[in-house]
Design a binder for this molecule. Structure first.
Ligand code: ADP
Ligand code: MG
Length: 367
């Protein structure tokens, strides 16, 4: 539905080389899906979104929506912002203070001079969707932060846009409200089936909301995949570090394992089996990523169970209520494990470690 190809943008800087905002960015969003651009501040998310909206003119690339080219550097096409029919909500959502909730939501339709009856019908429906019907007659400024945010969303979807563009719309809300709005947003998107491009630096938000995520770093897309794939099979160290917590183990490839997709990797923890989608050559230096919840611990040996095994000493532990984090020292390597709080091994005791080979992920070497 939305297709972005080799998108590159530049910002002119006085007396200096131009700053690249997005570099060779490419992705596709299917009809009705919730797609997220995720990455740290300054990685090019807003620039990419603004380019799609028509607020920014890229120096290179092509953007297609429903088969219609809205930007192409090679064909010299640039469709103006008001001809793109997209809904937008930004971090600093502006509601109009001297209007009621109804008037705020109706505004985009009034600008387009729709008949009054049609406006009434559409606004009634959209206020119902964002659960603001009972506040229709209220001054917009009398709404809470979360309600104002929903009103901004109502205004963006009232024109029934073919594409909804959201740039960190929840980041001005407090933590509790932000979490509740996640559910609201997901419900609204599902109910309307509207194709949505979402921008956030918050990994939990991206995992909770998205069908697919493009992780960005320094202007580039580094990995595209579903929330589970991004978390469980990070392509690079950057992705593994940015999304969640991981153990990183340096090693050298010894050879292929006898099972497809697995390789033998020698590290300070032993000769282990590890998973890689890409083929690996013997002697290659690699980094393994292991999530703390995939480090299994036991006070007795894992007899008769296969997998990567080693033994260590409990170096530190932190009780977290629903889980407990153990720091295990294996030689001079520290391993972080998250496990059920029922495990109560004291500090200094020895403990056995097992990690399933498919949970030892060989990272790619690019940033
Ligand atoms: P994000 O939204 O991921 O935080 P941005 O897209 O806003 O990142 O910015 C990407 C890069 O472009 C950053 O290096 C930023 O400093 C630069 N940039 C963004 N807007 C401008 C601008 N108006 N002028 C110059 N540089 C800019
Ligand atoms: Mg931004």
């Amino acid at each position: 539905m939305l297709s972005v190809r080799s998108l590159t943008t530049e910002y002119a800087v006085p007396r200096g080389p131009a700053v690249k905002g997005a570099i060779d960015v490419a992705f596709d969003v299917e009809q009705g899906k919730f797609f997220t651009l995720l990455g740290p501040s300054g990685c090019g998310k807003t620039t990419t979104l603004r380019s799609i909206a028509g607020l920014e003119r890229p120096v290179e690339g092509e953007i297609t929506v429903n088969g219609r080219v809205v930007f192409s550097s090679s064909k010299d096409i640039f469709v103006a912002l008001n001809k793109r029919n997209f809904g937008m909500v930004f971090q600093s959502y502006a509601i109009w203070p001297h209007m009621t909730v109804f008037e705020n939501a109706a505004f985009p339709l009034q600008v387009r001079r729709l008949p009054g009856a049609e406006i009434k019908k559409r606004v009634t429906k959209v206020l119902d969707v964002v659960a603001l019907s009972e506040f229709a007659a209220r001054e917009a400024t009398q709404l809470s932060g979360g309600q104002q945010q929903r009103l901004a969303l109502a205004r963006a979807i009232v024109m029934e846009p073919e594409l909804l563009l959201l740039d960190e719309p929840l980041s001005n809300l407090d933590a509790k409200l932000r979490e509740r709005m996640r559910f609201e947003l997901k419900r609204i998107q599902r109910e309307l089936g509207i194709t949505t491009l979402y921008v956030t630096h918050d990994q939990a938000e991206a995992l909770a909301l998205s069908h697919e995520i493009a992780v960005m770093n320094e202007g580039r897309v580094v990995q595209i995949g579903g929330p589970r794939a991004i978390y469980e099979k990070p392509a690079t160290r950057f992705v593994a570090e940015f999304i969640g917590i991981s153990n990183f183990i340096e090693g050298v490839v010894v050879g292929a394992d006898n099972r497809p997709g697995l390789f033998r990797v020698r590290s300070k923890l032993g000769d282990w089996s590890a998973a890689s989608d890409a083929p690996l050559l013997p002697q290659a230096r690699v980094t393994l990523s292991i999530r703390p919840e995939d480090v299994e611990l036991s006070e007795t040996p894992f007899a008769g169970i296969n997998g990567n095994l080693c033994a260590g000493i409990v170096d530190a532990k932190i009780f977290q209520g629903d889980s407990i984090e153990f720091q295990i020292r294996v030689g001079d390597q520290l391993l972080l494990a998250r496990t059920h709080p029922s495990l109560r091994t004291p500090l200094g005791d020895s403990i056995h470690v097992r990690i399933a080979p498919e949970k030892c992920v060989v990272l790619g070497t690019q940033r």
